[in-house]
Design a protein around this ligand. Sequence first.
Ligand code: AMP
Ligand code: ZN
Length: 314
Amino acid sequence: MSEDNHPPVQQVEGRCRICGARTGVLRLTEFNLKLCPPCYLRFYERRVRRAVEKHDMLQEGDRVVVAVSGGKDSTALLYALRRLGVVMGFHLSALHFHLNMGEYSDRNLGVVEEQCSRAGVLLRVVRIGDMGLRVQKVKGWHPCAVCGAIKRSLLDREARGMDATVVATAHTLEDILLFAFKNLLSRKYYLPPPVLPAAERLVRKVKPLYYMPERLNLEYCRQRDIPVFAEKCPAWSPRGHALKEVFDHMERIIPSGKLQLLLSLRETMPEGETTDREPPSYCTRCGEPTSQPLCAMCQLSDWFAHGSASPAPR
Ligand code: AMP
Ligand code: ZN
């Protein structure tokens, strides 16, 4: 789960740009806007809708599965899509992975259950412990890499089992910038795409929060009074996440800089391959798509069963 300390949205004096109200006005530096809470909620949902429409992410009749961690981003996504689903005519359900990290994961699940029951959205829970898996350091793999590999491969398997036509994840503006930045640092010149088309055994994936700064997701949950799971993951380390601070620092100096940077990158960098879409080769044991003889899940299963396999990190 992504952890961060983005500066919260500030309440300020002044009037709402849209309706002129003076109560609880929020300052959105990213958009050079002041909005009252009701106008903020409409603004937020309109921005999600605009991203969905701009990239043709969802259509009428789609069966959309939202991957919900319980954190601010996927929670805001779940609630915004629930409303959009009514307007656009797609069906929504939720998928949560219980990550087998003791009471932390149990508390996490409790919050997700509460969120989904309040939203009236059907929730499927998958417990990785039932598959003999755990999030921990495995030879050569950081726990976050293990967690990511498990979630990535289970997402496709479970979404197929749920008969989904689309999976929506809560990757945010900062996630996209971070990914692009890490790519640039290793001389890979491509951006993660907002839509990954379906492929053999791979469900179509969309990122409706592609242009959404994370603190706006938190503010949306606050304003809607939705419970959010905010505990720090026990396996979390600053590695990989600290880079996001670079973008917050830039935003402090140049308001709206993050979004402008992404828009500029989109004009210059092509969308590129992601680890998901590399194959068409398949795991020799379970038949899932992978670029290696054994998929990450089968390698990890061997490791947890025998402690002997030596999976190669990706
Ligand atoms: P992460 O790899 O933690 O950045 O997560 C990427 C995306 O996967 C998030 O935006 C969520 O949509 C989804 N996700 C993260 N954790 C979980 C979880 N425990 N269960 C279901 N979906 C998750
Ligand atoms: Zn496999």
